[in-house]
Design a protein around this ligand. Structure first.
Ligand code: DC
Length: 228
């Protein structure tokens, strides 16, 4: 049996990271971890409990009260984010959370809290994790690092379609401005900003279908596996 590896997928918002990661996980029988869901769940907790995240003490107390767990959905065979025992997988995708998540994810203590747990999940390898700092900070020694990208307009269109299915009141302008704002904050923050790791492979899927993207990535996986 092939040796298990860690696959890190980073990139801009809505460029298909989670779609690719889920497909690869299915193909390889690996665990998929959506690291963004952790930052979203923390943000949801902060919003619900009116935590002033500019106050270090409030952040510390809030983090002490947060338990995050991915619990397998038997039907989809994917982990769903649970916050203090509540399934929040659906509600964390809301625009209300998306509007604040980049601010919360920029907080040093929040990152430490999440990265610690992410590194634990990778201990046994056989993991595919997507996010913004997976190849640079969480798993700097990951055997395969993919940096996914796509043109802005394509990314806005994709996210709009996804959100519109859940909420027909959402507008394309709202989605566009949220995406631009998050990309800016995520790539300009002081703590582990989004950037392509030096040894990451750039994969632009602007003109690729989800399946074509998966096939390209699978070729990269096979190459790495055969040399490990
Ligand atoms: O992948 P996503 O859109 O669900 O991520 C939500 C936000 O969380 C994103 O705007 C930036 C932040 N994030 C991060 O800072 N580091 C990660 N590893 C994953 C997400």
């Amino acid at each position: 049996m092939a040796k298990k590896i860690i696959i890190a997928i980073d990139g801009w918002s809505s460029c298909g990271k989670s779609t690719l990661a889920k497909e690869l996980a299915k193909e390889l029988g690996y665990l998929y971890v959506d690291s963004g869901a952790m930052y979203r769940a923390i943000t949801l907790y902060f919003l619900r409990n009116h935590v002033d995240w500019t106050d270090k003490h409030e952040v510390k107390n809030a983090l002490d009260a947060i338990s995050l767990e991915f619990i397998l959905n038997e039907k989809s065979q994917l982990g769903e984010m649970h916050l203090n025992g509540e399934n929040v997988e659906y509600v964390i995708r809301d625009l209300v959370v998306a509007e604040k998540v980049s601010d919360v994810a920029a907080i040093k203590e929040v990152r430490k809290f999440a990265v610690n747990q992410q590194q634990q999940m990778g201990k046994k390898k056989g993991v595919i994790m997507d996010g913004r700092d997976i190849g640079t900070v969480v798993f700097p020694k990951a055997e395969l690092k993919i940096f996914l990208t796509a043109d802005n307009a394509v990314r806005v269109e994709r996210r709009f379609k996804e959100l519109f299915e859940k909420n027909p009141n959402v507008t394309i302008e709202e989605v566009k401005s949220n995406l631009e704002m998050r990309d800016y904050i995520d790539s300009h923050r002081e703590e582990s900003p989004l950037r392509q790791a030096d040894d990451a492979i750039l994969l632009d899927n602007t003109n690729l279908t989800a399946d074509e993207t998966t096939q390209k990535a699978l070729k990269l996986v096979k190459k790495v596996m055969s040399s490990n």
